[in-house]
Design a protein around this ligand. Structure first.
Ligand code: ASP
Length: 572
């Protein structure tokens, strides 16, 4: 309802947001999906109606009829703010108990309470807007992929486990006592089979399930935009899906995302210490082994890697600020031991925390390596290569945050390419597939599978936005022999491989086309678009950090009769 409806008689249905009783007049704000409209009840016009209005409580469901009139006291902040409805009829469709928290943009409800009454939380504008955004994004994804001839195919939810690295959720089968289905961690094998079937271009916006220990902001069930294509090379996948992401930015946020730059995995690790660098800001790593070794400073001399960053404009950091940074890198989650620094003071002088070992001439070489200017602060860490890179990555992100370089409304996307095929797992003492076992090695690296498995690169790629991995995929193996070889390197016996993946390897013998694909984390993508830190806020009914739905109180025990039917004996 807006000013263009002046003079019309209208009926509005919705919830009572709030009421104000001024004696002769009663004002009710009615809320529906589209916003808030002011209803006016006048004692002089209709006493009974006015009295009925006074009895309305918050969140009562009403149907209200009246004439659209111009408001004397306009509120130009809301679309309905120029009008009000002069009431002639009111129907209470349902009374409501006082809600346990305010149904307003800023609510007084804590997290737990809002989750317990999520259906009320979803009445609030910010939460509902997130759901609307999610809907729009899903529609835009479908439009884009449909226009590119992808077809959406539903794959089963009750399947057999697919090894994607996480634990499966399992479902007991009543008809097959002692046997279990697994819920898909992703539709990986099915989408590959669809390629063998000749579907050519597949997608699905699909629920996936992973029974992982819940780290912050993980949900046991989440949604992927899952895609697969045949007769393509990596370049085709990158182009089609870069197009998808750029289209989403354009259609949903009106942002022209520039062409997405590409970076080798090895460069990402060397320059950012991370396979998902936040490229909203520079502050790339500078390696210093050649510059600092051989000056009797044991910490540097004994380190595999000495590496640092230039925090521009931070030379004036106080003692306290420096201590904060040292405490930061020493936190157990980060595990750094020490931080060495050099200030490039405003007067041009160079001052380091290890002046005992490094004279002015040496520090000049540091300054050169980091390309410092007066006012800059160089932060250096040393240690075992992989560890120190990870630690410096955390420090770089922290400095980015401190310097305000990680604005939520700035978007920087990146393709990270050529991931290692295999990753050594300390716990099981063997190699695991870094992406999944169906990922193809780079043909030129296959020979190294026997000699240097850790060096073999995969035809695998991730898309990263603002330091978050939002999608990943690979060109697949489509040949039985190579797939068997891969399983062998992953420690599967021929029998195990046949038992678990015989269906896929058999399919490869019936004319499997070359194929590859990608999956995007849809919840994560939505949360980035919404400027939110958590994916919970873009999920209608999320679970809490212990994997519980506190609204329906799940998971829950089942009764003995169900247990008996499933031939499960109580373990309690
Ligand atoms: N199935 C993979 C995943 O869930 C994505 C892919 O390789 O397409 O990460």
């Amino acid at each position: 309802m807006t000013i263009s409806n002046l003079g019309e008689t209208v009926t509005l249905c919705g919830w009572v947001q709030k009421s104000r009783d001024l004696g002769g007049m009663t004002f009710i704000d009615i809320r529906d999906r589209y916003g808030i409209t002011q209803l006016v009840f006048n004692m002089d016009d209709d006493q009974d109606l006015c009295k009925a209005a006074r009895n309305l409580g918050r969140e009562f469901v009403i149907s209200a009829t009246g004439m659209v009139v111009e408001r004397s006291n306009k509120n130009l902040k809301i679309p309905t703010g120029e009008i009000e409805i002069k009431m002639t009829g009111l129907n209470v469709l349902n009374a409501a108990k006082l809600p346990p928290f305010l149904i307003e943009d800023e609510t007084d409800g804590g997290d737990d309470l809002r989750m317990k009454y999520r259906y009320l939380d979803l009445r609030r504008n910010p939460v509902r807007n997130n759901m609307v955004l999610r809907h729009k994004m899903a529609q835009a994804v479908r439009r884009y992929l449909d226009a590119k001839d992808f077809i959406e195919v539903e794959t089963p939810v009750l399947i057999k486990s697919t090894p994607e690295g996480a634990r499966d959720f399992v479902v007991p089968s009543r008809m097959n006592p002692g046997e279990f289905y697994a819920l898909p961690q992703s539709p990986q094998t099915f989408k590959q089979l669809l390629m063998v079937s000749g579907f050519d271009r597949y997608f699905q916006i699909v629920k996936c399930f992973r029974d992982e220990d819940l780290r912050a902001d993980r949900q046991p069930e989440f949604t992927q935009i899952d895609c697969e294509m045949s007769f393509i090379e990596q370049e085709d996948i990158l182009n089609v899906f870069e197009g998808l992401i750029r289209t989403l930015f354009k259609e949903i946020k009106g942002i022209d995302l520039p062409e997405v730059p590409r970076m080798q995995y090895s460069d990402a690790m060397r320059l950012y210490g991370s396979d998902k660098p936040d490229t909203r800001f520079g502050m790339q790593f500078t390696e210093l082994n050649d510059v600092v070794k051989g000056k009797d400073f044991a910490v540097f001399d004994n380190a595999e890697l000495v590496v640092g960053i230039n925090a521009k404009g931070c030379a004036g950091y106080t003692r306290k600020q420096m201590d904060e940074l040292t405490d930061f890198i020493r936190r157990p989650q980060i595990g750094g031991t020490g931080l060495i620094y050099m200030r490039h003071n405003e007067d041009g002088s160079l001052k380091s925390s290890v002046d005992k070992f490094y004279d002015e001439a040496s520090l000049k070489l540091w300054a050169q390596a980091f390309n410092t200017e007066p006012g800059d602060l160089v932060l250096i860490m040393a240690g075992q290569k992989d560890k120190v890179r990870k630690q410096l990555n955390e420090l770089r992100l922290e400095m980015g945050t401190r310097l305000g370089l990680r604005d939520k409304n700035t978007f920087s996307a990146l393709w990270v390419l050529d991931f290692p095929l295999l990753e050594w797992d300390e716990e099981s003492n063997r190699y695991h597939a870094m992406h999944h076992p169906f990922t193809s090695p780079k043909p030129e690296d296959i020979d190294m599978l026997d000699t240097a498995p850790g060096e073999v690169r995969a035809n695998a790629y991730d898309m990263v936005i603002n330091g978050t991995e939002i999608g990943g995929g690979s060109i697949r193996i489509h040949d039985r022999e190579l797939q068997s070889l891969m399983f062998r390197h992953l420690g599967f016996s021929a029998e195990e491989a046949q038992k678990q993946f015989g269906f896929l390897m058999d399919a490869f013998e019936f004319g499997a086309p070359p194929h590859g694909g990608i999956a995007f984390g849809f919840d994560r993508l939505c949360s980035i678009f919404a400027g939110l830190d958590s994916i919970r806020d873009v999920i209608a009914f999320p679970k809490n950090n212990s994997g519980r739905d506190v609204m329906i109180d799940s998971p829950a025990t089942i009764d003995q009769k169900q247990m008996n039917e499933l031939k499960i004996r109580s373990v309690l």
